[in-house]
Write a protein that binds this ligand. Structure first.
Ligand code: DAH
Length: 340
């Protein structure tokens, strides 16, 4: 007959060595199985024993069962702990590990350039003034001294809703709105915004584009003030090595009027393909505000004078980033846009 304490010791030792829960289950069946378990088998032939011996054996078997059960559950929780510890090492999630970068998108290059222009001019004391894109014929032409039938109207041919109502062809009408609103000079404003013209899309022009207009009305302003302002703006945006020049031109709303050029950033003014070998790139027009335009805005030209300019924002962006086709700005091709 097997000694219960020897069997217990054997079982506890085997359980202590078990490495998996499957192994533990097998040992449980082997020792504690109801009928054929080795502990139950200790009771075989108990009926042949004396009552005292029976009691003693029964007690020993119960103790053996309890000891084996305890060993099983102890080993089980140990194995579980080991398993978790292993997992923590091998399959840990490092919450500090950087994830894949997210595509966040960014501000469109034209908006970037517009904001840069605004920032530079605001630092000089100019305020942003916005006007309507749907304009009356009076603001778009008449008030700017472009009278009906004047051949200059052809330059600003636009889209009409009716003979009196059209999509503005430039931001210059906002000059008039600003003078009417502010009334009392000094006035220092810039007016960024969308403009429309009856043009077919090509590399240098589009039927819709943006301009930023500037207007200063004060006492005794000179052309030097205008040129200095534009030079400061260009050099702040493009770098101190850039030069500016003006060429006499004609606009009905300024007298005298000029075209405004910036030295080519690629060749430094020497002439290259990008500037069509001129060394200069045209940015827009400018001049001293015509007295009739001041009058149309409700301002007395005997007391006040002014200067103004109007630049294409796309032109400014093309200059800054050496883009050679204006259509790229509006094609929403991410390969182009993501460069900025
Ligand atoms: N409005 C003109 C255009 O779109 C540009 C311009 C020229 C604006 C001279 C001005 C200016 O304010 O003084 O072609």
């Amino acid at each position: 007959m097997t000694d219960p304490s020897a069997l217990t010791a054997e079982a506890v030792a085997a359980i202590g060595k078990a490495q998996t829960s499957a192994e533990l289950e097998r040992l449980e069946v082997e020792y504690l199985g109801r009928k054929s378990g080795r502990v139950s088998k200790l009771l075989e032939g108990i009926d042949k024993l004396s009552p005292e011996e029976r009691a003693a054996l029964g007690k020993a078997v119960n103790e053996s069962k309890r000891a084996i059960e305890e060993a099983l559950s102890g080993r089980r929780s140990q194995l579980e702990e080991n398993r978790l510890a292993d997992l923590a090492e091998t399959e840990a999630i490092d919450v500090t590990f950087p994830g894949p970068p997210l595509d966040r998108g960014h501000v469109h290059v034209l908006t970037q350039v517009r904001r840069q222009i605004e920032t530079v001019l605001e630092s000089l004391g100019y305020q942003v003034e916005l006007g309507p894109e749907v304009e009356t014929e009076w603001y778009n032409f008449e008030a700017l001294n472009i009278t009906a039938g004047h051949p200059a109207r052809e330059m600003w041919d636009s889209f009409y809703f009716s003979p009196e109502l059209l999509l503005r062809a430039h931001t210059s009408p906002v000059q008039i709105h600003a003078m009417q609103r502010i009334k009392e000079p000094p006035i220092y404003i810039i007016t960024p915004g969308r403009c429309y013209r009856r043009d077919a899309p090509e590399a240098t022009r589009l039927p819709y584009f943006s301009q930023v207009e500037g207007l200063a009305v004060d006492k005794g302003l000179t052309f030097g003030d205008l040129k200095g302002t534009l030079l400061y703006m260009i050099q702040s945006l493009y770098g101190r090595e850039r030069k500016v020049r003006v060429r006499p031109s004609f606009f009905p709303f300024t007298e005298p009027s000029f075209e405004f050029d910036v030295s080519c950033g690629i060749c430094g003014g020497m002439g290259c393909k990008s500037c069509r070998h001129k060394g200069w790139l045209e940015v827009g027009g400018c001049g001293m505000v015509h007295p009739q335009v001041l009058r149309n805005g409700g301002i007395d030209p005997a007391q006040w004078n002014g200067y103004a300019w109007g630049f294409g924002i796309e032109r400014m962006a093309m200059l800054k980033h050496d883009v050679d086709d204006i259509r790229l700005f509006y094609e929403s091709d991410l390969r182009f846009l993501e460069q900025f």
